[in-house]
Write a protein of this length. Structure first.
Length: 313
């Protein structure tokens, strides 16, 4: 493990917190049904990251942190843990996911008719309500003047946005705001007409779908991600792991409920995200503020802190 890459004061404070938050860590592991061996990840990476991020905050200003990671990389678990630690430290935090600002099902249907049928499938840039995301981030950072802010929720069981009156409400401004998602912080790739998989070859032969995604990343999403002060990347080993982890998730879902995608459906589904994912894996590790590298078993195995331009990590 490369946890020694953390700055000395961060490592020392994390060691103190390990003792102070022992019971809370036990409850967290039990509530999330994590193996006891996960303590090594908490001690080596999660606790120091919580300390390091808290140390980047300026008094009187909300720190907005993006967390980028492929499917199955542990974004939600990390987000929950960070907020638990910050609560214990007396810091107010809030968080939501890129998934929570999907366009409504009706809006995606209209988009699919107007631009390309593949946009009916939620997930890729272009299928989110970017305006809602910007409005929510700004409001939680105290820029709207509101005292209480409703945080969007998307209900995947109905493939539509949950009713507004069911959205959780957060008091603002918060000290630290987390915004997580599989392509949070993504940048557009250079124009490329060559398909990267069977989905692009057979269902996007003219490139209109992937070009629309690139244009969205170069336009509205650039404004959304500009709200981030820091970017944390959970770096998956590669597309093969994304496919393998999603297949494992669906197998468990079928065993539990009798429902779930077949392996062929999973392979097609993952291909929607392949182009952006490969681009993220190629270029984001050199610019994210903190990179947590995962092995094929979902375990964090290395740490990379990138210095800010003109400064230190």
């Amino acid at each position: 493990m490369a946890e020694s890459a953390w700055p000395g004061p961060v490592r020392a404070r994390a060691d103190e917190l390990q003792g102070e938050l022992g019971r809370e860590i036990d409850r967290f592991i039990a509530a999330h049904q994590l193996p006891d061996s996960f303590r090594q990840v908490i001690v080596g990476y999660y606790l120091p990251l919580a300390v390091w991020l808290a140390g980047q905050r300026e008094e009187g200003r909300t720190l907005v942190v993006g967390i980028c990671g492929g499917q199955g990389s542990g974004k939600s678990t990390l987000t929950d843990f960070l907020r638990m630690v910050w609560r214990a430290l007396g810091l107010e935090s809030a968080g939501f996911s890129l998934d929570d600002i999907y366009l409504t099902r009706n809006d995606r249907r209209q988009l699919a008719r107007r631009v390309h049928p593949l946009l009916a499938t939620r997930g890729v840039p272009g299928t989110h309500d970017v305006g809602l995301g910007i409005e929510t981030l700004d409001a939680l950072a105290g820029k709207s003047g509101a005292r209480n802010v409703a945080i969007p929720v998307f209900d995947k069981s109905i493939d539509d946005r949950a009713p507004v009156d069911s959205w959780p409400v957060s008091r603002v401004p918060v000290d630290i705001l987390l915004f997580e998602g599989w392509c949070v912080g993504a940048r557009p790739w250079q124009a490329d007409d060559d398909p990267v998989n069977d989905l692009e070859r057979s269902e996007d032969a003219d490139g209109s779908w992937r070009n629309y995604i690139r244009e969205q990343l170069d336009g509205p999403y650039r404004s959304l991600f500009a709200r981030l002060d820091l970017l944390v990347m959970l770096q998956v080993p590669g597309m093969e792991s994304v496919l393998e982890w999603r297949r494992l998730q669906e197998h468990k879902l079928r065993e539990r409920t009798g429902r779930g995608m077949t392996d062929a459906e999973i392979a097609r589904f993952v291909q929607h995200y392949e182009r952006v994912t490969r681009h993220l894996l190629a270029e984001m590790p050199d610019r994210a503020d903190c990179v947590l590298k995962l092995d094929r078993h979902h375990r964090i195995c290395a740490l990379q802190l990138n210095p800010a331009p003109g400064g230190d990590s």
